[in-house]
Design a binder for this molecule. Sequence first.
Ligand SMILES: [Zn+2]
Length: 301
Amino acid sequence: MNSNLNAPHFKDEQAAYAYVEAWLWPNGPVCPHCGNCDQGRITRLNGKSTRPGLRKCNECRKQFTVKVGTIFEDSHAPMTHWLQAIYLMCSSKKGISTRQLQRMLGGSMKTAWFMGHRIRHAMAPPATAGKIGGEGVTVEADETYLSKSPKTRKTGPLHAKPDRQVFSLVERGGNLRSMYLDDRNVRGALVEHLDERSRLVTDGSNMYKFQVDKHESVDHSKREWARGDVHTNTLENFFSIFKRGLVGTYQHMSRKHLHRYLSEFDFRVNNRAKLGINAVERTAIAVTGARGKRLQYKTAH
Ligand SMILES: [Zn+2]
């Protein structure tokens, strides 16, 4: 059996560029400076000292590669390393730490850290992503606190910072979206991200009491965890994986970068094996997200 890691785009720089170009330029190169996509007016520059993938636009006379306007721009890391890093993140359920990435790819910690966050950024849903749910769709909502482990938690009034709160929405059998509740509250997050035609299921928390229409809840305080399909088990499972990643892989996620880690964990759920997407395909989807546009795999029921 041939290992996925033997693919040419993980080993050969030209092949790596060809791979990224195939996903970002499905109809051939597009000049990022003037928008020219006439293949007869774009020349590939070949030469011993020429950067791989370099093109020249015969309309605006400028040069470009597929990296312009993507997460790869301004990076000196070889494209093969980028693709290896993306593959590792796409195939590790609980994520991969900066240190681990650095050990596997070589290079500096700074480069590994930078790549990790840029890849998480590529995994974020595009700005055009609509709301979660819709007519006839059941959506679970739940929130969780990310507490520091009791072992490392400092006590006393100086350290009485509130725990960080994460809120998630998931369509049954469909997409999941998580966010950090900063100065927002649950109500604001629902208004922003939930399609109001959805049927909402939650626990009995007071935070959802304002939602009277199409809302059902289970009362955890009365030891009621599920009533028919009214439960929040999908999100409880997700929070458990996220927290295992937090404790086991990343140890610390700063407030500033928490939303990117959430994008990463959401991405793996939204492109999961159960939908028929394997790690190789997940990698290609992440690469496509590199320019802020994601390949949408329709949910297989
Ligand atoms: Zn041009």
